[in-house]
Design a protein around this ligand. Structure first.
Ligand code: FAD
Length: 412
């Protein structure tokens, strides 16, 4: 009898209203907002690592994007502009490191000038107030930077994304949420009355599941048996850091005019909130989803990538760009040449090693990169299938959007 009672209590304690997978910034923002909005709800956050922000959220450029590049009206554009305001407000309220540095977009080749002007217009369409500079004003603002022309976006800045995650986690726990780290989700079964989430440490059940698994988004969706036509393909972003004596080299973010055919922004100079300056990231094919050191290979990840037809199609379509990026990855001199286009005083000895990041990019079976956020739903789950840059900037509105989807279900 006593044993039965204990078993019942244990089962109850594993039953939740919501389970969230992933303690990156998207999962944490969702958990934090859900706990604030649905007082009394039992919410469980499951994360396979021993702490928050161990993957994309903790291996990125730390930039608060203002919304320069994104298709007006897209979820990306909307969430980015809401997200940048919300991120500054959050950091000011909770004393997380952030600074509005402004961002320079610098054209260094004549054929970049028309693209620069298009980006300038796009900024305006996205509600920003960019300022055209010309060579003279560019040199006044940043004496180490040269270019044919440039414009300034004052709203862009830098931030400590893991610091935001720490605050969100702390508040989530204070609001009564439960977080289980070192709990890797290994299976999911959806039933008409509940959803069960299995880990090596036990099975948890809830009314609803939210999956924010970043680089593992496709695997988590498939664990639940979702019929998805994309795979999460890893694109590695390799960085250097400028040697400490150059920490005052620039005060703004300095970006090139990006190649419009790929969703990557080009190798940029980024002042970080800790005072250092990073250079990067490039965008090379990743062969390991969560690999940040020099070794870019995992057999399981690689065989999954190679067996997906969409990978071959997207790679063929971007072959020239891909080969160029490999060259920059293999030879520091080729990488340096990219930066020297707008910062000619830099030498190879100025670049010190810095950990890489790995971007999660949904690619469809027919070989298209999914540029916008992608969410898939089942009766008892919401899966964030694609949350590429600027999803760290946009995490607060993305979390808000997911909460809205959940509350519509409850109301319905
Ligand atoms: C190189 C690089 C530069 C970038 N620069 C910027 C930038 O400057 N500004 C910006 O706004 N965005 C930037 N981004 C994009 C941004 O970092 C990501 O869009 C954002 O961090 C995604 O957050 P996330 O929570 O979805 O994913 P993640 O941070 O990857 O978190 C996913 C979490 O899910 C967990 N998980 C996965 N599988 C399981 C499982 N089976 N069980 C339990 N837990 C699991 C993982 O361990 C991880 O903690 C950059 C990204 C990269 C890679």
């Amino acid at each position: 009898m006593l044993y039965e009672h204990k078993r019942q209590t244990l089962a109850d304690s594993l039953k939740y209203d919501f389970i969230i997978i992933g303690a990156g910034i998207v999962g944490l923002s969702t958990a934090w907002q859900l706990a604030r909005q649905s007082g009394g709800s039992r919410i469980l956050l499951l994360e396979k690592e021993t702490g928050p922000a161990q993957h994309q959220t903790g291996h990125n450029s730390g930039v608060i994007h203002a919304g320069v590049y994104y298709e007006p009206g897209s979820m990306k554009a909307r969430f980015c502009s809401e997200g940048s305001r919300a991120t500054y407000d959050f950091c000011n309220e909770h004393r997380v490191g952030c600074r509005k540095t402004g961002k320079l977009l610098v054209a260094t080749e004549p054929d970049e000038i028309p693209r620069m002007k298009q980006l300038f217009e796009r900024c305006r369409e996205n509600g920003l107030e960019p300022r055209m500079l010309g060579q003279g004003k560019l040199q006044d603002l940043e004496p180490a930077i040269t270019g044919l022309d440039a414009f300034l976006v004052e709203e862009s800045g830098i931030v400590d994304f893991p610091g935001i995650c720490d605050v969100m986690l702390e508040q989530f726990l204070e609001l009564g949420g439960t977080a289980r780290f070192a709990h890797e989700v290994t299976a999911i079964s959806e039933h008409s009355d509940q959803i069960e989430v299995h880990t090596a440490q036990g099975t948890f059940s809830a009314s609803c599941l939210v999956a924010c698994a970043g680089l593992m988004a496709d695997r988590i969706a498939m664990l639940q048996g979702l019929d998805i036509d994309f795979r999460t393909i890893p694109y590695r972003g390799e960085y250097y850091r400028l040697r400490g004596e150059l920490n005052k080299l620039i005060s703004h973010l300095v970006y090139p005019i990006p190649n419009p055919s790929v969703p990557f922004l080009g190798v940029h100079l980024t002042p970080m909130v800790n005072g250092s300056i990073t250079v990067g990231p490039n965008a090379v094919q990743g062969w390991k989803r969560e690999g940040y050191g020099r070794v870019n290979f995992n057999l399981h990840d690689t065989s999954q990538i190679l067996s997906f037809p969409g990978f071959w199609k997207v790679s063929a379509a971007n072959l020239k760009h891909g080969i160029g990026e490999y060259r920059n990855s293999l030879w520091k001199s080729a990488y340096l040449a990219k930066i020297r286009k707008y910062c000619p005083r830099l030498k190879a000895s100025d670049l010190e090693p810095y950990p890489a990041g790995v971007r999660a990019m949904a690619v469809t079976r027919d070989g298209k990169m999914v540029h916008d956020f992608l969410v898939k739903e089942t009766p008892r789950s919401v899966h964030v299938c694609n949350a590429p840059s600027p999803a760290a900037t946009s995490a607060i509105p993305i979390g808000g959007h997911i909460c809205k989807l959940l509350s519509q279900r409850r109301a319905g």
